[in-house]
Design a binder for this molecule. Structure first.
Ligand code: DHB
Length: 389
């Protein structure tokens, strides 16, 4: 088999890249270790920033998002006794959309099938000759037949556990990592959201987030210790913790409860690997960087990577290498901005035991909710900087 771009990983980064390349007449094949159903059902964050929405629309993938997504002007930030709205539209003229990554994935795959793009599931690719101009990916197909996919370029969109990251030699790659002393317990519940826009709550018992997926489905997160076993969190214990941390009864606000349909513990970490290109291998999304979930940057950052990478590859395949040569440095500027923002939101909102840290957190929260300069910094980063930032 021969294609122009071999893409490893059929998550949102990989499939969106295949759409962006196809729009410019570049062929690609996407190979994915997992099944189509498994990838489609992975539950991830649900907040899209303005530039992600603009790109999905421009690629003809925004129709259901425009119909079913919910545009939000901003977020609520709170701590015991106080809740403040930060209005991104007023502050920076940009907004955000509540639309689950699961839905984005469905839209991308449905359109890829309709447009005849090739997605090969349940194969594990091995990378070869990345330092030549004839790289390839080998795998065994569903019929047990060995296949070699030859390409001009290989792109790793295979997330934090995929093989492409490690294909950059040890002497070339540099990594940075930060672990956090807490995790999130995430739940989905069949209950109408008790809020118009997301609530990010600092609380001495730990952070809580009230998010949503639709008019009838709410999404919540609770800060829990690392190594927490979901079995220790009964539905009642979860609702009691959410009520306490989100301020049930505060100024008459009420948290509505309902059947919990999903519970999982999510670890938190920051990770960056650079360079994001080695020879004919390019990395995009979680293959190159992980952010903790606070602020919902993971998907948006992956989309920004492929938005930069697609035109770079299109030009490279026509003989102009300038954008491809600049890709790693250009992408990493935004990666580090989002790495800082996600770390900052996380650090500001998760309570630990240190009384000095708690006072600093509360002081920072008062500043971002009362100073226009403070609020605008949060708004600019949350609603998202332009792709080329
Ligand atoms: C969601 C997740 C986040 O990490 C966040 O900051 C906002 C929303 C979500 O899953 O809805």
């Amino acid at each position: 088999m021969r294609t122009q771009v071999a893409i490893v990983g059929a998550g949102p980064a990989g499939v969106l890249l295949s759409h962006l390349l196809a729009a410019d007449g570049v062929e690609s094949v996407v190979v994915e270790t997992r099944s189509e159903e498994y990838v489609a059902s992975r539950i991830r964050a649900g907040m899209l920033e303005q530039s992600t929405v603009d790109l999905l629309r421009a690629t003809g993938l925004g129709e259901r998002l425009d119909r079913e997504g919910d545009r939000h002007r901003g977020i609520h930030l709170q701590w015991p006794g106080e809740r403040h709205h930060v209005d991104f539209v007023d502050l920076v003229g940009r907004s955000v959309w509540v639309y689950g990554q699961t839905e984005v994935q469905k839209d991308l795959v449905t359109a890829a099938h309709a447009r005849g793009q090739e997605l090969v599931y349940e194969v594990t690719g091995t990378l070869h000759e990345l330092e030549t101009d004839r790289p390839s990916v080998t795998f065994t197909d569903a019929a047990g037949v060995p296949q070699r996919l030859e390409a001009d370029v290989v792109v790793g969109c295979d997330g934090s556990f995929g093989p492409t990251r490690a294909a950059v030699p040890d002497g070339v790659r540099r990594t940075w990592e930060r672990t956090y002393p807490y995790s999130w317990l995430g739940i989905l519940a069949d209950v109408a959201p008790s809020t118009d826009e997301l609530i990010y709550a600092w609380h001495p018992d730990g952070f809580a987030l009230h998010s949503m997926r639709s008019a009838t489905v709410s999404r919540f997160y609770l800060q829990v210790p690392n190594e927490t076993d979901v079995a220790d969190w009964s539905d009642d214990r979860i609702w009691d913790a959410l009520a306490a941390r989100l301020g049930h009864g505060q100024d008459g606000w009420q948290l509505a409860t309902g059947p919990i349909t999903e519970k999982a513990v999510l670890p938190m970490r920051s990770f960056v690997q650079q360079p994001m290109r080695h020879g004919r291998l390019f990395l995009a999304g979680d293959a190159a960087h992980i952010v903790p979930p606070t602020g919902a940057k993971g998907l948006n950052l992956a989309v920004a990577d492929v938005a930069l990478l697609a035109p770079a590859l299109v030009a490279m395949l026509k003989g102009d290498h300038a954008l491809a040569d600049a890709y790693s440095d250009t992408a990493l500027r935004r990666v580090w901005r989002c790495t800082h923002f996600s770390w900052w939101m996380t650090t500001m909102l998760h309570a630990g035991d240190d009384p000095f840290d708690r006072e600093l957190q509360l002081s920072q929260l008062r500043w971002v909710t009362s100073s226009e300069a403070g609020a605008a910094g949060l708004a600019e980063n949350y609603a998202g900087l332009p792709i080329g930032f």
